[in-house]
Structures are given as structure tokens and as C-alpha cells.
Design a protein around this ligand. Sequence first.
Ligand code: FEO
Ligand code: CA
Ligand code: CA
Length: 628
Amino acid sequence: MKDINETRHLSWDDWDELQRPAPETTDFDKVVDTALSRRGFLSGMFALGSGAAVFNLMGSTSAQAQAVSRFPFTPIPIQTDYDIHVPDGYSWQIVARWGDPLFSDAPEFDPATGGAPEHATRVFGENTDGMELFDVNGAQVIAVNHEYVNTDENLPQNADGAVLSADDVIKLQGLQGVTVMEVAQGADGWAVVKDSPYNRRITHNTEMRIAGPAAGHDMLKTEADPDGVLALGTFNNCGAGRTPWGTYLTCEENFNGYFGSTDAALELPDGFSRYGIGLEGRYAYEKFDPRFDISKNPNEPHRAGYVVEIDPSDASSTPVKRTALGRIKHENAAFALTAAGNPVIYMGDDERGEFMYKFVSSGVYVEGGDTEGLLDDGQLYVAKFETDGTGAWLPLDEATTGMDPAMVAIHTRMAASAAGGTTMDRPEWVAVSPVRAEAYCCLTNNSRRAADFTNKGGDPVVPVEGSPNPRAENRYGQIVRWYPAGGDHGAEKFTWDLYVMAGNPLLHDDAYGGSDNITAGNMFNSPDGMQIDQNGLVWIQTDGNDSNEDGFEGMGNNQMLVGDPVSGEIQRFMTGPKGSEVTGLTWSSDRKTAFVGIQHPGGMWPDGSGLPRSSVIAVTRDDGEMIG
Ligand code: FEO
Ligand code: CA
Ligand code: CA
């Protein structure tokens, strides 16, 4: 194990490689490669758009492609600076930055300290991610995730951002989780409504009810909670989702990183290594808060890794961990309904070699009816993709996994492996189209395959020899799309294609150039965040390599693009500051404002002094029209 001061600066992805190196190649890569090779992708590339069921990469016929563009903006070029850019006729402004007070009992942000520990839960948190806006009796209430911390910025007084004390840990715990905040538009634009009754921070220490099949299981019982029904905190809140009954779904992703052991000789309990839980956490929590010390509280990690449901209309409500949706590194939770009205939640497990899932509730959603329990009772499935463009959702039940429902909920990854799901290249956000029976998932990239990174004890990573593999390095990522059988999200069968294969046509004229809807003018890498607006347009946000060098030349900073699945066209709408990830997107009730998240900005963004501060911005059209 490397020194913690080195590992804390790694990305979560790289850090996980040290915890648990996964196989370089995933099943889904092989499925795509085989299908591409069969269709002569290498020799006949860019001719895939018509007729091919699997690789209808343009998503259209050429006649459709000539239809009038549905993009009400002039696409913008790439940028490499430390600013934000939107098209002519659009404007942006900051709504909330890390450290901005949500309540008047918190002082304004102090860049010398990054704020006091006792105020961490009274201010807008760090590293904004998934978000949703709710119209609560006319108030505009945004629920937004705070995924993780950057200790160099958050603990500026400590050399190298080291975590040195219980106070440091309390501060970091307070800066993560979720913010619920009312925002309002005044003469100076959008701003947080300080002291709104809806304002609330949910952190690593907030009480949560545990519901669903794992509630009360022995593996969830701790000394502080002998019944296994009440957990403290939600962790590494990455992507999000919403239900039609007005609740927010926040998703616990890299929860493993908060746990460690003060006993260096501890033998890890069963199931820890599959989840990347090791002896040393990323932020030294285990040294100062025994709850995160697995030598003292070995069941605490079983209480994290879930989807948590939050009622943004009631700041006193208790968030609920919905264990029926499985315990994985949850990216987001995309809602759909079956033809019969059962809630469906699509979910990705963002780690190389893990799976895509869906949950189908056994209950039916009725507007205005009782919704408690709809996400507690149902069937969890794992996705299986075939090379012929078909696929199936495999139920995770006793017959397929040998586990009872509680164990499926706690050891979901092992259940999915037993059932035979298709391992994927880091499934990030899923989005469900509101206008067509189809859904999309960003497979961000596979940076390990043939990259210069070494794993498995230091062996160089090499492509699989002899495989019909058009893309030994999936450095750019892709977006897979599926169509549920009969147009019913409850169906166990589907067909699939690739909506887009990212690439660099400036540098490559083979498969690394990407699908035929990728051009030198719209290229990007590592699709991650995704939302589909009310018109069916796909908003794609990236979290990739922004060096603008080597294989990434011409791609610039991370960005947000808009795709029209009917024409296949994809256009660049926004670029973020260098160093940042653009993640999280939601709209005001009148759809005239898009709220966008800027995570871990580089340089001194936004104001050129002090510390770089993760922020939510508002983007509007100068003519006051709707934006999506
Ligand atoms: Fe938190 Fe997978 O992104
Ligand atoms: Ca993400
Ligand atoms: Ca990512």
C-alpha cells in the first residue's frame, strides 16, 4: 500500500485500482468488439448507420438526419481556460459555491481556513454532483449531492491536505452528503434563499432509516444500533434521481473509501474485498471516529452503498436507505414505470467489471396514493447483453444466486456475478427518455486497458491478444441504449445499440475515431452525467481527460453536449473550467433555467483568488425562452 498522503490525491478510480484491481477487459467490451468485428467495423467504418440493428450509431435514417435541427443554439468550440463558456444568446451565473452560508448563523466563506468545522453543516457542501429541482408549493427547491472532498482545498491550513484531527474529520463529514436549498430569482438573478424552511444539510452523520430486505439483518447490526434499522450518514453521493411522488434519490457510490482499520493485522471480513473496503480509508476517518474503524465496527460498511430517498418538502423528515435497490457503488437512479404502473429504477455500478441493474417494484404507483414501500418490495435484475443486439434482465433471486433477498440486497455484486450478468466498463448515469420507450447508460471509459497504468502487482496492462478487438483501449467511452421489449420497462427482454461511441476523428480514422455522429467539431471523452429533457434531447456531461494532449488533443475541457436521438446529431453547449468535471443538471419549473454543477474546478475558479470552489450555476437564455 502506498502512503496515504499519496493515495489521497488519486482519483477514486485509481484509488480503487489499488484496493481491488479488476480484470482489464469487461464482458461488454467483448460483446461490442465481437459485434463490431462481425459487421466489418474496421474495414467499413462510418457506414454503419443504416440497416444494422446493433450499430445504428446515428440512431436514424439519412432522411431523418436531414430534418431541421432541434438545437436552438450555435455550438461552441472547445476551451482550455479556467472559465465557463455557453453559446451566444445564453448567460450563466453562480448560484451556490462550496462554503456559501445556507443559514444566517454561518459566516461568509473564509478562504484562509475553508470554514470552521462547526459551520460545515450550515453551508453549501463540497464537490457538487447529481441534483434535482422540486416545485414545493411554488418554491423552487434543489436537492444536490456533495460527493467527496478535496482536502488540499478543504483543509488549507494542513500541509498537503493531511487529515490530522477529529475536528478535521468532523469538518469533512459535514461538507459531504446532500444540500436541500430553496433558490429564487431576483433582480440579480438566482440566489439561495437563506434560512428557508426547506434548507437542510444531510451529512455523514445524519440519522437515516434502513428499509427493505436488509433492514434488521444481523450484518447491519452494530453496537449503537442493535436492531440494524437506523444508520448514520449517507456517503459519496454521486448521481441522483427523482420519483413522481416528489422525492429525491441520492446514490451512495464510493462508500468504501471512508472505512479503514486501526488494527493493521485485521483479517478482512467476507465480502469486503469485492467492494474495495480495505485497511486504510482515504480520509483517516478510522483514526478519529471509531464508527469507521472496521476493527471495531465491522458491520458499519454494510450500512452504506445504497440508494437513499429524501423528502425535499420536509426538512425534518428522516431519509430512508432503500436496500431493495441493492448495495453497489451506485451512480444514479433513473425512474420509469412499467406498462402496468410499477415503478422501475435503472442503476449502474460504477466500477470497471461491475454491472447494470434494474429494480421493478411489486407495487403500482397511483398519483396521490400511498407510496411508502414502493421501493422496498420488488425484484432486482442484472443486465445481460448478447452480441446479436438482444439482451435480458436476469432476476437476482434464490434460484439464480443461491441467496435470500436480504443477502441479495447486501452482497448485490456477488449475486449479480452468480446470476451471470454482463460486466461493463464503468456504468455511470442512466437516463430514461420521457418521449420514447428507451433508456441510455454512459459507459465512461476503461482507462486500464492498455493504458500506462499498471495493476495486478505491477504487471503492465496489455490488450487481449487474438481477440477481434477494434478498440483495445476504450479510452473515450460510449453510451449504450436499450429498447425494452414491447415498449414496456417491466419487460425482461430488450434490444440494444450504441447511441454514440466517443472517439477522436482528428487523430484516428479507425474505430478510435468514434461513431459517425462524432466529428472534429463535437468530440469529447468519458461521458458520465446524463439527463433527457422533456423534448427527448439527451444532455451529456463529461468527466474525462482534459489535457487536450496526446489521444485527447482537440477535446479540451470537460463539457456538456446535447444530442438529438432522432437525427443522431450531437452539439457542444457548454465547457467547464479546466480541471473541473461538469456534473449534475436540473431545470427550474418553467424550464427557463438549467442548473448545472461544476465539480472540483481547477485553478482559482470562480473568482481568481482564495480557493477553487465547486459550484452550482444557472444557465438562461437571453430571450427568456425555455432551455430544455
Ligand atoms: Fe461519481 Fe461514477 O461518478
Ligand atoms: Ca459520475
Ligand atoms: Ca466519472
